[in-house]
Design a protein around this ligand. Sequence first.
Ligand SMILES: [Zn+2]
Length: 181
Amino acid sequence: MALRNMRFIGDDILRKNTRTVEKFDERLWELLDDMKETLVSQNGAGLAAPQVGILKKVAIVSFDDIHIELINPEITFTEGEVSDVEGCLSIPNKTGYVTRPSKVRVHAQNREGEWFDVEAEGFVARALCHEIDHLSGVLYADKVTRWVDNDELERMREKAKKNRSKQPQRVTFIEPKNNKE
Ligand SMILES: [Zn+2]
């Protein structure tokens, strides 16, 4: 495993569309493992391949005891709406409010190429939406309704951390169906 170089806002690669993954080989696994290591080193909750300069439909959401690898993901269902603060490793030292669905279902492939569905609420739902946006060149900054200044952020930080660990994350993996259309 190795750390990958992060790409930051202003870099064109973050605005490009990504290619569908067709080969589920060691090269993909190495990318996933490197992304995990890079994410942990940056103390983040999610990372998409374009953020390390790779234009493929690959993203991970990983923090605490949650680790979701998403290849060729698609949001297939959303419910509700919630506004909360969001940040991005490619946009350092910024935080802003973004409205996202409160619940999502995502259809994706795992590292072996097997399709699965995952349903999530709360922070995980937000993270899934954020990472999947990256795969079509969309940044959360495009969707911010209000930026948060540093003083406000300082006050919120402690509170947000407590809330996140208190919230049940409700991540449910759903068995693949025989006929998916
Ligand atoms: Zn991001």
